[in-house]
Design a protein around this ligand. Structure first.
Ligand SMILES: Nc1ncnc2c1ncn2[C@@H]1O[C@H](COP(=O)(O)OP(=O)(O)O)[C@@H](O)[C@H]1O
Ligand SMILES: [Mg+2]
Length: 154
């Protein structure tokens, strides 16, 4: 699925739509993983912010560049989704890691195994072989216009 976003807000609305779709689906055998692929400034963090906020989490979603990952608990009270199975969203930013071992040491394998987790990963190229087969790939790229981004979901 390909869409052209004309603004940060549009990217966030698109992410919110995808988030709603994902949480209303059944959980799988492992975590629901979204790999966000794109250059610096392509909108990976903006997309993640829209995704997380749409799930009732009222907080600023900073770029976790200096902490590698953050966890946001999902509150089913606000969401009003019956039998919500997802409990946490994890936001990883692997920009600064040198070797996969750095995040494997941070319980990464455990996190992506747990079906109660949704895991969004910026710079997933660094750990490709650890991603589940059913990872949703979100490709973001700049376009001719300054505020235009192409978002391609595979
Ligand atoms: N259509 C758009 N979608 C997302 N971000 C956009 C868009 N147009 C402009 N921007 C700007 O581009 C930047 C994207 O930054 P960010 O989300 O941090 O990118 P990344 O995490 O991929 O490095 C922000 O400053 C945002 O305001
Ligand atoms: Mg970012």
């Amino acid at each position: 699925m390909v869409m052209v976003s004309k603004s940060k807000i549009q990217t966030q609305k698109f992410a919110a739509k995808l988030a709603k779709k994902i949480v209303s689906q059944a959980t799988g055998k492992n975590a629901k993983v979204l790999a966000l692929v794109g250059d610096l400034g392509s909108g990976k963090t903006a997309f993640t912010g829209g995704f997380i906020k749409s799930l009732g989490i009222k907080t600023h979603v900073p770029s976790p560049t200096f902490v590698i990952f953050r966890r946001y608990p999902i509150s089913d009270l606000k969401l009003k989704i019956k039998d919500l199975k997802f409990k946490n969203i994890f936001h990883f930013d692997l920009y600064r890691i040198q070797k996969p071992k750095e995040i494997i040491d941070l319980d990464f394998k455990k996190i992506i195994k747990n079906p109660e987790n949704i895991v969004l990963i910026e710079w997933p190229e660094k750990i490709l072989k650890y991603l589940p087969k059913d990872t949703i790939k979100v490709f973001l790229s700049h376009s001719k216009k300054e505020k235009e981004r192409i978002i391609n979901i595979k």
